[in-house]
Every structure is written in structure tokens, then in C-alpha cells.
Ligand binder design. Structure first.
Ligand code: SF4
Ligand code: SF4
Length: 446
């Protein structure tokens, strides 16, 4: 059903003064430049990272490409969650960009519109970006694909419809039973229909298989990087790994694959020469919880600046973006849609699902495989689902004697010192624990 008119912002014209737009743009650009400059100062940073900096740069090279594409009549689809299959968007001839925002300044216009609605800052920032057109990408988006996951995301999609057409995807939040799977397959096919309508380009089996093979290749490269991160001293920092995988959500996936291959070769050379990221003896940390979207790298920067290395994460803005391929050889077109639906649904351990035992199971597996010494569980203020699951995860980690610290943060810099103090104490505790377990007196104790 078509949206009958603005629901939340009846008087769009003149609601936001021009200077607010300019201020938001200026501060967003400054924030991105400052985070990028800190990343570039990291010790032993691979030269090949420069490409990924450029893809995510505010108004950078990728924006120019997308603007050209749009100018020539190409369509751009904004995605609100990792459960939207980008292969499908590409096979319909459109380009995709992840809309979730890591910029701090756009939170303010959303607060002005909604008051204290208790939403997480990522949702507010994404909305604020659109409200004041705070960056060059946002106004190029022709259609938004928004799975109705948590309350914040669902209402965000509804509000965005005041500006831009939205395909709301009805995601079954209870994973058990066949009805869940059937509903999600229908939603994926519905998305395909809406994409075809948008681009006037039917999704052909051959094109879809080609896109799937590109994304499967990307999955393989990502698992190569993960393998390198597993080693005693990883050659890449956690922040850089997150930057690389997040760039895939904006970039041309064929080029991303080429550039990641080059990066992997450089990382292998670095390892052979004994060049590593981070300091020797750094605490091996796993970062969990709410998504952390560039340039909101506040928590990862604090961890890696306090004697820790993020060896891996379980974020939908990190590791989870590319952990499962879609295998379609020999399948009919109908079965391919089924396979895509399953890939984006069953392995997803977003806290919006219940039961979500998969999350704890995977977390324990990853902790073992990566030699994790401690978990930083970060929640964005207002992310009730992650806040709830933190308790369950902390209990599960106690069973395997892995310490966890819970951190809550906002989209501003006011809490940096407080968070730093807690993380420094956590890292110290991990290092002290390591020494304690190395104590020779304890070696013979059963
Ligand atoms: S936290 Fe869940 S709803 Fe939000 S983007 Fe990640 S997977 Fe999607
Ligand atoms: S961070 Fe939490 S509240 Fe925000 S969109 Fe994701 S699940 Fe929803």
C-alpha cells in the first residue's frame, strides 16, 4: 500500500533551518576526517588500507561514482540491516549502500523531531541524516529496504517513508517452525519484485548466480583475513578489519574483492617479515554487542589504545557481515531464492530473534578458535535487545571462565574518559590473569 503522505513531519519545508544542515554537514565531515586521521597513525598499518579509507571517506571517490551512476539514471537502494541480500540488489541492476549511520551530529535533528523516544543513537543518526540531508550520499537513495527487526529499526523505516519509498520486510522474529522460513522467502521474493519495478530490469538467474559468486568470493577473502587475525600476533588491527568489511557495503564488490586480495598478500608478507599490528603482549579482545558503524569507532579506538587488540568481533557491522556463503550450484531459480533467504535468516544472531541460542553457541566457538582472553560487550544506549542479551551472554561466558565487561555508550564524546578508565582496568585484569595462570607453582595443580 502506498504511503498517503507525511506521517511524522507534516511541514518539511522550513522545519530545519539551512544553517543546521550546514552545521551538521561540517561536523560530520570533521568527525570522519578526525577518525580517519587516527586510523592512519596506527603502528605498522598496511599501505593497502588507503583504498578502504577512500571508499568510506565523507564525499570521497565512491560517492562520486555513485553520483555519476545516479545521474545516468541508475538506481540506488539504501539498506537498513544486514539481512537485506545485496546480491539481489546488484542482480536487479541497482547499487546498494548501507544507511545505518555512525555520525554523531545528525542525532540532534532526530531528537528535535521525536523528543526522548528512547531510541538507540544509530537509529536517530540515520534518521537525522535524511532529515537534514547531512551527507552527499543520502539524497541519492531511491528506495529503502528495511527489515522490521527491533522497534527502532521498524519505526525508522516508517518515518523515512515521509521522504523516500520504503520496502518494509516482515522478518519472522521467532526462528523455529516452518512458517518462519516460508514467510521470509516470500519477503525476499517481494523485495525482488520491488527492485525489478524500480530498475525496470528483471532479475535473471544467470545474473543472480554471478552476483552470488562474487559475494561468495568476498566471503572467502574475509575468512582469509579472519585466519590471519587468529595468529598469535595479528598483522591487522581490529579497527582496520572492521573498516575493510564495512567498505564492502558501499563498494563495487568486484573491485572490493581485488583490493582485499592485494591487502591479504601484503598482510602475509608482513607476517613473514615479523611485522605486526598492535603492541606485543596485547590482551586478545572480542568485541560484542550493538553494531559499530564507521566513523563511530570510539570503543574500538579506546580498546586498541589501552593495551588490547580486537582479534575478532561478533558484530553485524563486522565479522557477521560475511560469515556464510550461499551455495547454489545445480539449484533452480526457486531454490536459489530459498537458499538466499536461509543464508540471511538462520545464521543471523541479531538479538531481535528468539530464541537466539545460536549467538551464544557461535560466540563460544569463536572465543576458542581465536584464543580470546576477554569480551567487551558494548551496548548503544537505548538498544534494549542487546542490553537484555548481555546478561545471558555473561552467564554463558562464566561457564568457560572468560571475563566480560559491559559498556554502554552514546553518540558523543562526553563518556570517553569514563569508558577508557573501565577498559584500561579490564585489560590490566586480563594481563594479570595471564600472569597468574603462567605461575609455575600452579602448573602441577589439578
Ligand atoms: S543489530 Fe540486528 S537489526 Fe540492527 S542492523 Fe544488526 S542485524 Fe540488523
Ligand atoms: S543497535 Fe539495537 S536498538 Fe539500535 S538498531 Fe540495532 S538492535 Fe535496534
Amino acid at each position: 500500500m502506498e504511503n498517503e503522505g507525511p506521517r511524522y513531519l507534516k511541514d518539511r519545508k522550513g522545519y530545519f533551518p539551512k544553517d543546521q544542515r550546514q552545521r551538521t554537514r561540517k561536523r560530520s565531515r570533521e568527525m570522519e576526517a578526525s577518525v580517519s586521521s587516527d586510523l592512519k597513525k596506527q603502528r605498522n598499518r598496511p599501505g593497502k588500507m588507503a583504498y578502504f579509507d577512500e571508499v568510506l571517506k565523507y564525499g570521497g571517490m565512491r560517492f562520486e561514482e555513485l553520483r555519476e551512476f545516479h545521474k545516468k539514471g541508475g538506481k540506488i537502494v539504501g539498506t537498513l540491516c544486514v539481512m537485506v541480500p545485496l546480491e539481489l540488489v546488484n542482480a536487479a541492476g541497482a547499487r546498494s549502500v548501507r544507511m545505518c549511520s555512525g555520525y554523531y551530529e545528525p542525532v540532534h535533528p532526530a531528537n528535535e523531531l521525536l523528543g526522548d523516544a528512547g531510541l538507540c543513537p544509530m537509529v536517530k543518526s540515520t534518521l537525522g541524516r535524511k532529515m537534514v540531508s547531512s551527507d552527499p550520499l543520502i539524497d541519492l537513495i531511491d528506495l529503502v529496504a528495511g527489515p522490521a527487526t527491533c522497534d527502532g529499526k521498524m519505526k525508522l523505516a516508517e518515518i523515512l517513508e515521509d521522504w523516500v519509498p520504503v520496502v518494509m520486510m516482515n522478518i519472522p522474529r521467532v526462528k523455529v517452525g516452518e512458517t518462519s522460513s516460508d514467510l521470509w522467502v516470500k519477503e525476499i521474493v517481494h523485495l525482488k519484485d520491488r527492485l525489478e519495478e524500480l530498475t525496470g530490469h528483471p532479475v535473471r538467474k544467470k545474473a543472480l548466480k554471478e552476483e552470488l559468486s562474487q559475494w561468495n568470493e568476498a566471503n572467502q577473502y574475509w575468512s582469509e583475513i579472519q585466519k590471519l587475525r587468529r595468529s598469535e600476533r595479528p598483522p591487522i588491527s581490529g579497527r582496520d578489519a572492521m573498516l575493510v568489511v564495512q567498505a564492502s557495503q558501499f563498494d563495487d564488490i568486484r573491485r572490493w574483492n581485488r583490493k582485499v586480495k592485494e591487502l591479504i598478500e601484503e598482510l602475509q608478507r608482513m607476517r613473514t617479515k615479523g611485522i605486526f599490528a598492535g603492541e606485543e603482549g596485547a590482551a586478545r579482545i572480542l568485541l560484542a554487542g550493538s553494531p559499530m558503524i564507521y566513523p563511530n569507532f570510539k570503543i574500538p579506538s579506546i580498546i586498541e589504545g589501552s593495551g588490547g587488540t580486537i582479534v575478532t568481533d561478533e558484530l553485524c557491522s563486522g565479522y557477521r557481515l560475511m560469515s556464510d556463503p550461499v551455495l547454489v550450484d545445480g539449484l533452480s531459480k526457486k531454490e536459489i531464492y530459498q537458499a538466499i533467504a536461509e543464508r540471511y535468516f538462520f545464521p543471523c544472531s541479531c538479538p531481535c530473534f528468539s530464541p537466539n541460542d545460536e549467538r551464544v553457541r557461535r560466540l563460544k566457538e569463536v572465543i576458542k578458535a581465536f584464543g580470546i582472553e576477554g569480551v567487551v560487550f558494548h551496548t548503544l544506549r537505548g538498544c534494549h535487545l542487546n542490553n537484555l542479551e548481555a546478561t545471558k551472554i555473561e552467564l554463558a561466558l562464566r561457564e568457560i571462565s572468560v571475563p566480560m565487561v559491559r559498556i554502554e555508550s552514546e553518540y558523543d564524546e562526553g563518556d570517553i574518559e569514563q569508558v577508557r578508565t573501565r577498559i584500561e582496568a579490564f585489560v590490566e585484569m586480563i594481563k594479570a590473569r595471564r600472569e597468574y595462570h603462567r605461575n609455575p607453582i600452579l602448573e602441577d595443580v589439578q
